[in-house]
Design a protein around this ligand. Structure first.
Ligand code: ADP
Ligand code: ADP
Length: 225
């Protein structure tokens, strides 16, 4: 079955409809981008998948499970959201180890997993630094390492490169692509940048005004017939 099955989902804030009867299936191992202008419902959809917000109507299933009320950290989901800042009082290594500690992984195993994750984002030399000693791009790499250290089956990213300059964004896009291949997990990536969506994704869901207007490969969506 699908990794994510969103069926007839709506989200209302009072009288305002943020998401209007949205349906979408994301296949296991797929890299899916949510593309669309600001306010079109991308983040709302991601928050619903992550379980950070309750839906108003419809259903979301992750694998065989309805998301119901399983607490966010009990699900096998990694998140890199702009508001999910690093813990400033913890070193890079401690930040990355945090989700493993939450899951009760023994120390020796944890250390090995943290080392591997830091290698994947090329920050092994920064393990004992604090976030404030790192550049914005390095901090986002730490956030990425923290999100993938427990090899989540699903990785959710919300404009993780939005605050970075173009050159660094391109470097990190390649890293994210490589990590996707290595992990084999399902990735959902929110962006308002069409070029970024085209570079990264297997398929793109195009959001507009709380609806998904089109879903397809970059080739399907943006090549003239
Ligand atoms: P996007 O991620 O595409 O920029 P969002 O999903 O963040 O869009 O927002 C969709 C719409 O829902 C926007 O109009 C936004 O203002 C509104 N919205 C989001 N969160 C809330 C909230 N907590 N209360 C009221 N309105 C909200
Ligand atoms: P809550 O306090 O909502 O139960 P958790 O226990 O899941 O949240 O996590 C506590 C804090 O740790 C959260 O506020 C979040 O900032 C951070 N956190 C937990 N897991 C992650 C993760 N995988 N990536 C980033 N931050 C995380």
């Amino acid at each position: 079955g699908a990794a994510i099955d969103i069926a007839g989902v709506s989200k209302f804030y009072g009288n305002f409809t943020a998401l209007d009867d949205v349906s979408l299936r994301v296949e296991p191992g797929e890299f899916m981008s949510f593309l669309g202008p600001s306010g079109s419902g991308k983040t709302t959809t991601l928050n619903l998948i992550a379980g950070f917000t309750d839906l108003s109507a419809g259903e979301i299933r992750l694998g065989e499970q309805s998301i119901g009320h399983v607490p966010a950290h009990k699900r096998n989901i990694g998140v890199v959201f702009q508001h999910y800042a690093l813990f400033p009082h913890m070193t890079v290594a401690a930040n990355v180890a945090y989700p493993l500690k939450q899951r009760g992984m023994p120390k020796a195993e944890r250390t090995r997993a943290v080392d591997q994750a830091l290698q994947k984002v090329q920050l092994e030399k920064f393990a004992h630094r604090y976030p404030s000693e790192l550049s914005g791009g390095q901090q986002q790499r730490v956030a990425l390492a923290r999100a993938m250290v427990f090899t989540p089956s699903l990785l959710l990213m919300d404009e993780p490169l939005g605050a970075l300059d173009k050159k660094l964004r391109e470097v990190l896009q390649l890293e994210i692509k490589r990590i996707h291949r290595e992990l084999g997990s399902t990735f959902v990536y929110v962006t308002h940048d069409q070029e970024e969506a085209l570079v990264l994704s297997d398929r793109i869901a195009v959001f507009n005004k709380g609806r998904i207007e089109q879903v397809g490969t970059g080739h399907d969506l943006y090549t003239a017939p």
